[in-house]
Design a protein around this ligand. Sequence first.
Ligand SMILES: [Zn+2]
Length: 92
Amino acid sequence: MAWFINHYECERCGGTWRDEWSCMCDDDCPHCGARHMTPAESEDLTEVIDERGADFIVLRSPDTAEHDPDYRELGRFATRKEALAFLEADGD
Ligand SMILES: [Zn+2]
C-alpha cells in the first residue's frame, strides 16, 4: 500500500481541498457535495524524510497500511543528504 496526499479541484464549484489516502481515489467535494471528483494531483508519501531534532528519519508506509500511513522507521541520519542517498540506494 502506498500513501498519497490527493489534491482536488471541484468541477462544479471550483473549490479545492486535499485529502490523505492510501490510494489515488475519487472524493466528494466538501464545499458543494459534488460526487466522485478525481484528484488533480497526487503526492506520493509512501516514503518520507522526517526531521526530528538533529536527526533525519526515513519513514515508509508498509503494505499493511490502510486507514493511516502507519509509518515504520527505516533509519536515522545526521543529514538530509544521507537520508536521501539511503532512499535512492534502497529504491525499487
Ligand atoms: Zn464543489
